[in-house]
Design a binder for this molecule. Structure first.
Ligand code: SF4
Ligand code: SF4
Ligand code: FES
Length: 254
């Protein structure tokens, strides 16, 4: 109740104590061991000239170090490579380490865990189902030829076909923004896993394309994509899972 009251006051930009020097960080909190409903915490962070270049992940570290060490979030590389800091920032799934704090020029920043996934704690989403689905597609090269210590080479053209696919860092921003995945997360593979599947199907060195396509040929696994395009909008690597999914659909139909 108290938090709701404060929130009501603080989020009214007309109220006098909302200062231009502050950024108000509103964070979803949940701790399974407390046996209470999720709540929000609001942390006023002072901004100075240098801090306008801060990324959201830097601000989360500041909150954890200076205000509340119990705040839980995932991160590793801080460079947009590992994909572990994916979260929902002001309504869009993003990587916290690549998202500047000064975007939208607003004093307010609201952070949730990735949507429509189970939550482990605070901003940490449960990606068990996502990784199990990744495992299902056998994300490795399958080739039974003997190369007698020679390299398994591919042409420059075949290598170029992997561009726009191999860069995927499995952050799950796309899958957790996809309405079809929200409603069928246990049956539909979702944009990230399908993009990865296509990456192996199109690889000239892989010999398993046919059985990979057969695996997808099911009422849900690929066909639940309805071209809503949320996935493209949020991908921090500017990839296009919808395009890959539509090619897969055509390959299955052939
Ligand atoms: S285009 Fe397909 S995969 Fe992407 S968000 Fe829409 S339904 Fe999901
Ligand atoms: S396609 Fe983009 S948004 Fe989806 S998992 Fe890969 S990098 Fe993340
Ligand atoms: S911490 Fe690795 S992508 Fe953000």
């Amino acid at each position: 109740m108290f938090i709701q009251k404060i929130e009501k006051l603080i989020f009214n930009e007309d109220i006098f104590f909302v200062s231009a020097n502050y950024k108000y960080i509103r964070i979803y909190r949940w701790n399974p061991s407390l046996n209470i409903k999720p709540w929000f915490n609001i942390y006023p962070i002072v901004l100075n000239e240098t801090s306008t270049q801060l990324m959201v992940l830097d601000v989360l570290f500041k909150i954890k170090n200076d205000f509340d060490s119990t705040l839980a979030f995932r991160r590793s590389c801080r460079e947009g490579i590992c994909g572990s800091c994916a979260m929902n920032i002001n309504g869009l799934n993003s990587l916290a380490c690549l998202k500047p704090t000064n975007f939208q020029n607003s004093s307010f920043l609201t952070i949730y865990p990735l949507p429509h996934l189970f939550v482990i704690k605070d901003l940490i989403s449960d990606l068990t189902n996502f990784y199990n689905q990744f495992k299902l597609i056998k994300p490795w090269l399958i080739n039974n030829k003997a190369y007698n210590n020679k390299f398994n080479l591919q042409s420059k053209y075949d290598r170029i076909l992997l561009d726009g696919l191999y860069e995927c860092i499995l952050c799950a921003c796309c899958s957790s923004s996809c309405p079809s995945y929200w409603w069928n997360y246990d049956k539909y593979l979702g944009p990230a896993i399908l993009l990865q599947t296509y990456r192996w199907i199109i690889d000239s060195r892989d010999e398993n394309s046919l059985s990979r396509l057969n695996f997808l040929n099911n009422k849900f696994r690929v066909s639940k994509c309805h071209n809503i395009f949320n996935c493209i909008k949020v991908c921090p690597k500017k990839l296009n899972p919808t395009k890959a999914i539509n090619i897969l659909k055509n390959l299955i139909a052939e």
